[in-house]
Structure formats: C-alpha cells, structure tokens
Design a protein around this ligand. Structure first.
Ligand code: SF4
Length: 112
C-alpha cells in the first residue's frame, strides 16, 4: 500500500512537472479511473493467470521500476520529450483488461 501511494504520488507530481498541463491532467484522470475500476469493478479485471503473466513480463522489462512497481520511472523522459513508460503503478495496471502495455503501444518488440 505504501509502495502504491508512493508510486502514484511521484507519478502525479512528475506528470505535472514534466508533461504539458492538459496531458498531465488527462493522464492523472485516467489513473483515477483505473484505480476506481481496480477497487470497485471486478469485471474490469483480467484473470489471475494473465495478471501473473503481465507481472513476469514487466519484471524483465528494461523500463520497469522495481522499487515503485511502476512502468518506467516517474520523471524519466525519452528523447522527444515523451515519458519513458506510462508511469502507471503496475499493482493496478497489470490487473485491468483495458490497460495496454506502454512498450506495445510504442511498437516495441516487447511487452504484454
Ligand atoms: S512497458 Fe509494458 S512490459 Fe514494460 S514495464 Fe511497462 S507495462 Fe510492463
């Protein structure tokens, strides 16, 4: 729980600092919706096998932040000023059917 709070606090802070304000607000709102679904909408969850598979893939991913259990490290940017990873907490993201892997979204030959 402390790890999750630390992750979302750092992500929200760095989104507001490093990403254009409108995009930051949109991404923070998406995070709020994801947290709601995680907590209150069981039908939005993948099954346990898929969640384990996703967590194993993330654990071996080059952008994975083990300390925070996040996709990428909040505050870390790529060339072109886009975020390295989505900075989502994987405690939540790996469990939601609607969440896409950041690497796959960016056409990397890796991810879930
Ligand atoms: S890019 Fe995909 S595989 Fe890598 S940490 Fe993020 S969600 Fe996991």
């Amino acid at each position: 729980m402390i790890q999750y709070i630390n992750a979302v606090t750092q992500s929200a802070f760095w989104l507001l600092v490093r990403v254009p304000f409108k995009e930051a607000c949109s991404r923070i709102w998406t995070g709020v919706q994801m947290t709601y679904d995680f907590l209150f909408v069981p039908s939005s969850h993948v099954d346990m096998k898929e969640e384990v598979r996703r967590n194993l893939v993330c654990g071996a991913c080059t952008v994975y932040n083990r300390k925070l259990n996040t996709c990428g490290t909040p505050g870390q940017m790529m060339l072109g000023n886009t975020t390295m990873g989505c900075w989502c907490s994987l405690t939540v993201a790996a469990r939601l059917k609607g969440k896409q892997c950041w690497a796959r979204e960016h056409d990397w030959d890796y991810g879930w």
